[in-house]
Design a protein around this ligand. Structure first.
Ligand code: IMP
Length: 429
């Protein structure tokens, strides 16, 4: 029995929530391995809508949730989210949620620096969620982060705060923002310690045991391949590796334990924040896609930029992340459009490319090369079998498979959990 890693194959918001929820119901353990509370997953279960940012989605299905060491954990955001879902009737506590003892923490100074830097960038801003994700990862690799286990050692905490504040207060003051007081931070972390430490453990050990006992593990990615700090549209990316390989390092398991890699892609494309988006539409069709697809950020509420499906981009994501099968979502949003376009490559300064080059100038200048496909008049909404789909919709999906060089193994035709066409169960490998 394989484990499964689920990752976004575009710029995020591909509708991971629904797919992850379906997979979580078939898993024993759900693990978050990167990102932080910049992610937003909406899960509709019965008459309840859960909006999760940091908690693994499996909790909603009563499965053990694990937050791996690759995640940056904001204690205040975590406790607030736990309180929110508890108020909705979910049992979340140390019995159902475990957090890697070596996970780095996000402190208020990280969000302050994130926001101050974005303000200073002006028109060149990245469009971050402002939640301190980037600065927290920077502190991790700079070896000055406070990690969950440090909350149990007052001397470590005090020494780490000295080092952190030396760095951050200098920067914050340089950017015209308020510095932070060590006493205030230390007092708050001391208050938080007994609330958080009961969740802490070496999760790698639990995952190793689970694996040996034949338990099914679902690795739940956040953001998406084109926001990966190495493989994405740098610098307009998040600060973690979002590819499936990160599931191993970000949870403390070997690469072979990650299992089947499932990529999620929308039948069109969206992006929030700044950065290149070659197939973006600034016309009526773009507006229509946004309206029909309810394209507003879960975390920040920002309207998403919309455009045609970019097969060259998704093919690149398939290759760099080792995606073995795709879940294609929101096909119904394209219903009734007279014709559809799919990006198959780019023209940049008179040259043809099958991929998006790394240099920012080239990315900004990339003009998509389109293939035009027939639209369909009938509805795909709620379809649960291929037979229910209009012929042109089947053709569209088949053409996408050819272009991205990966099979579509799951097709989602509405936000409802059961409106799904499943070709292959990823847990079966
Ligand atoms: P950060 O992760 O807050 O540093 O933001 C960096 C970039 O990633 C920005 O363009 C954000 O809009 C984008 N981003 C971060 N998290 C998500 C997500 O869950 N979905 C879509 N975009 C995201």
């Amino acid at each position: 029995m394989a484990n499964v890693a689920v990752i976004g194959a575009q710029w995020g918001d591909e509708g991971k929530g629904k797919v992850v929820d379906w997979l979580a119901s078939r898993a024993d353990i759900v693990v978050r391995f990167q990102g932080g509370h910049n992610a937003g997953h909406t899960l509709v279960v019965g008459n309840q809508t859960y909006k999760l940012s940091l908690l693994p989605s499996g909790l909603v299905r009563g499965k053990l949730g694990i937050i791996g060491n690759g995640v940056v954990v904001d204690p205040e955001a975590l406790l607030a989210e736990i309180a929110r879902v508890r108020a909705q009737g979910l049992a979340v506590g140390p019995e159902t949620l475990r957090i890697a003892e070596n996970a780095p923490l996000i402190l208020p100074l990280h969000a302050a620096l994130d926001q101050a830097r974005e303000a200073a960038r002006g028109a060149r801003r990245i469009g971050t969620t402002g939640r301190g994700i980037g600065p927290a990862y920077e502190d991790k690799v700079a070896r000055r982060a406070i990690r969950l286990a440090d909350l149990g050692e007052p001397e470590t905490l005090s020494a780490r705060l000295d080092e952190l504040l030396l760095h951050h207060n200098t920067l914050l003051q340089g950017l015209g923002a308020e510095p932070f007081s060590k006493d205030v931070l230390l007092a708050r972390l001391t208050e938080l310690a007994p609330l958080l430490l009961p969740y802490a453990e070496p999760v790698w050990e639990r995952l190793d045991e689970a694996r040996r006992a034949g338990r099914r593990i679902l690795f739940e990615g956040a953001q998406a391949v084109m926001l990966d700090v190495d493989h994405g549209t740098y610098p307009f990316v998040t600060s973690s590796n979002t590819v499936a390989a990160t599931a191993a390092a970000g949870a403390g398991v070997g690469p072979a334990a990650v299992g089947t890699v499932l990529g999620i892609a929308k039948a069109y494309c969206t992006r929030v924040g700044s950065g290149p988006f070659p197939t973006e539409l600034h016309d009526e069709t773009g507006r229509l896609l946004g309206e029909r697809g309810h394209e507003f950020g879960t975390v920040t509420g920002r309207p998403r930029r919309c455009g045609w499906f970019d097969a060259a981009l998704v093919r690149q994501a398939v290759k760099v992340a080792g995606i073995q099968g795709l879940a294609l979502t929101k096909l119904d949003v394209l219903d009734g459009l007279p014709e559809l376009r799919v990006g198959v490559g780019y023209r940049i300064g008179g040259e043809s490319f099958r991929h998006l080059p790394a240099a920012p100038g080239a990315q900004a200048a990339a003009v998509p090369v389109y293939e035009t496909l027939a639209g369909w008049q009938g509805s795909t909404r709620g379809a649960r079998s291929w037979a229910e789909l209009p012929a042109a919709a089947v053709k569209y999906v088949r053409r996408i498979e050819e272009l991205v060089e990966a099979p579509v193994i799951l097709l989602s035709t509405s936000p409802e959990r059961d409106d799904t066409i499943l070709m292959r169960d990823p847990f079966e490998g």
